[in-house]
Design a protein around this ligand. Structure first.
Ligand code: UGA
Length: 434
């Protein structure tokens, strides 16, 4: 099937590449000429494990092409995916200007029946809105479908190729059949394609992200209480996660959730509820707790150094909002860097992928090191912000020599308490005794 994907961010590029991999003829459209040129030359503009191989294979075999010309991109397409940014608007709700601009542009150039798919996370009612914008100038029949994406950065290709479920919101039988055909190769293990109306599909995406953010936040609050009562959140996680009604995943306490999705989507859902005159009390609490959680280790650091951090050198391990990505949007590291700098600290940071992005935002106010140990040289303390696997089993012998004090502030609970005690470290983590 010939399909077009408008927007080549994380979602668009993964969608386009993966549908090419299942044998479709895919054209990716983007207004960014430099980006399109790069992709034509085989350069993948984002870091996403496994994507580059897939991208180049499909490009070289002629199933994946790129253009900045919308009309050329959608030529003969049976399905057009909209994977455009929906940044938070001034009032917290998602800003639809990019999507609606493309909807306006599409109307006059459609020349046959086509299914237009909202892949971005969009507020309830967007499918209808997109439809009305296209309809203003369209002369042919079309359907607008909501097909939210549940992929996680870092494992996006795997999530796309083996989805737990595919959610499709449409009231059109014709669109339903076409979407079913397109997704058939991805749900062969029996994972369901769940059909519903457009509004429910849009709401499903927000509900999923808000639920997961709430699950993490609940564990963060349990962790905070564990510290007070002298319990260990790791044990609580094991103790409750084995209950199949609760489930093992997304129960890891830490320095808060970040990324481009959870913070934005929780905020947008709360905004939607207000618009519909409903007070979604849990969501406000989730946002408040997460805000505090991000810099939770700073007061402990201050306390350790007798209340004054001026002139202290802090080594930071991890800058990305989570491992296997270079994404730093809403990363807890950024909030910690800000507070540490305000307190007069010198920061030496290491991240295997995200340093360039942080440098792009804050410049050279901190030092970026080539390896994790270089960051420890002459440092007064180590703070861990991201659970990159390479930080899990470091050479403690080497660390002992480099660090001025044997003290670690770990926002990701990487080490066992007993082991740290044995190694002679003062070890602060989340929801576990010191
Ligand atoms: C999230 C969802 O998991 C995807 O299903 C969804 O498609 C995506 O948002 C989106 O809306 O596009 P992502 O933001 O890539 O995906 O990252 P996650 O792996 O979900 O992690 C989000 C944050 O939660 C990270 O900061 C992570 O450190 C934190 N987290 C996760 C915890 O603090 N504890 C956990 O147990 C799990």
């Amino acid at each position: 099937m010939k399909i077009a994907v408008i927007g080549t961010g994380y979602v668009g590029l993964v969608t386009g590449t993966c549908f090419a991999e299942t044998g479709n003829q895919v054209t990716c459209v983007d207004i960014d000429e430099k980006k399109i040129e790069k992709m034509r030359n085989g350069i993948v503009p984002i870091y996403e494990p496994g994507l580059e191989d897939l991208f180049n294979r499909n490009k070289n075999e002629g199933r994946l092409s790129f253009t900045t010309n919308l009309q050329e991109g959608i030529k003969d397409a049976k399905i057009i995916f909209l994977a455009l940014p929906t940044p938070p608007g001034e009032n917290g709700s998602a800003d639809l200007k990019y999507i609606l601009k493309v909807a306006d542009d599409l109307g006059p150039i459609l020349d046959q029946y086509v299914v237009i798919v909202d892949k971005s996370t969009v507020p309830v009612g967007t499918a209808e809105l997109v439809s009305s914008h296209i309809a203003k100038n369209a002369t042919v029949e079309f359907d607008v479908v909501s097909n939210p994406e549940f992929l996680r950065e870092g494992v996006a290709v795997e999530d796309f190729m083996k989805p737990d479920r595919v959610v499709i919101g449409t009231s059109s039988e014709k669109a339903k059949n076409m979407m079913n055909k397109l997704y058939a190769p991805l749900v062969r293990q029996g994972n369901p394609v769940i059909f519903m109306d457009e509004r429910s599909a849009e709401m499903t995406k927000y509900a999923a992200n808000a639920f997961l953010a709430t699950k993490i936040t609940f564990m963060n609050e349990i962790a905070n209480l564990c510290e007070k009562v002298g319990a260990n959140v790791d044990d609580i996680r094991r103790g409750i996660g084995t209950d199949s009604r609760i489930g093992k995943r997304f129960l890891f306490a830490g320095i808060g959730y970040g990324g481009s999705c959870f913070p934005k989507d929780v905020q947008a859902l709360e905004k939607t509820s207000k618009e519909f005159d409903y007070e979604f009390k849990i969501l406000q609490a989730v946002m408040d707790v997460n805000e505090d959680q991000k810099t939770k280790l700073i007061p402990r650091l201050k306390e350790y150094f007798g209340g004054d951090l001026k002139g202290k050198t802090i080594a930071l391990w991890g800058l990305a909002f989570k491992p296997y990505t270079d994404d730093i949007r809403e990363a807890p590291s950024l909030y910690n860097i800000k507070e540490l700098l305000e307190a007069g600290c010198i920061i030496k940071a290491y991240d295997p992928e995200a340093a360039a992005n942080v440098k792009g935002v804050i410049g050279d106010v901190i030092t970026y090191t080539k390896g994790p140990y270089e960051a420890l040289k002459e440092a007064d303390a180590l703070m861990i912000m991201t659970e990159w696997p390479q930080f899990r089993t470091p050479e403690f012998d080497v660390m002992n020599v480099l660090l001025k004090n044997k003290v670690i502030f770990d926002g990701r609970n990487l080490y066992e308490l007993d082991a740290m005690k044995e190694l002679g470290y003062t070890y602060y983590s989340i929801g576990r005794e010191t």
